[in-house]
Design a protein around this ligand. Structure first.
Ligand code: OFO
Length: 170
């Protein structure tokens, strides 16, 4: 059985992961609308990964005999102006998710829940990777500014991203 405080913070994290999925889906729709299919693909795949992140937490809670308590998911922030602004928004968002995962890790330590402490390490590593990937795209977008042909090449690059399913097995 999982401790109540840990159960609560994991349920809150499920909600954040599904909100992330919503946010990336809104971004994918925006990129599709402006004709950047590769950017749209990249953000849509990210949305699927965010659903996986939520589901891994969901399955973990069930495996620990915890209660899953699904809350209302906020509508995503839909203010999108250009690819750089959207990727800066992604970076800011992922930094808040990293902080949130770190709070989960901190609580597992104060509550001496070593199983969840071990479980959450995967998310800590995942956040490092996500922030690095987004920063890489931001750097390219900044380096080449509004240069349309370069944007086109970045779009082709982002179209190559493929979805890899992540799940939880105990
Ligand atoms: Fe779930 O990592 Fe992004 O938000």
């Amino acid at each position: 059985m999982i401790n109540k405080k840990i159960e609560e913070i994991l349920n809150a994290q499920i909600n954040k992961e599904f909100y992330s999925a919503y946010l990336y889906l809104a971004m994918s729709a925006y990129f599709d609308e402006i004709g950047l299919k590769g950017f749209s693909n990249w953000t849509k795949i990210q949305a699927r990964e965010e659903v996986d992140h939520g589901m891994i937490l969901f399955d973990y809670l069930i495996a620990r005999n915890g209660n899953v308590d699904l809350k209302h998911i906020e509508a995503p922030d839909c203010d999108m102006q250009n690819p750089l602004q959207v990727f800066e928004k992604i970076y800011a968002h992922e930094k808040t998710v990293t902080e949130s995962i770190e709070s989960v890790a901190g609580m597992t330590e104060s509550e001496c829940d070593l199983a969840t402490r071990n479980f959450i390490d995967w998310y800590i590593a995942e956040q490092v990777e996500e922030e690095a990937n987004v920063l890489d795209i931001i750097k390219k977008l900044k380096m080449f500014g509004e240069e349309k042909s370069i944007l086109y090449h970045i779009d082709i690059e982002l179209a190559k991203r493929e979805y890899k399913h992540h799940n939880y097995s105990c």
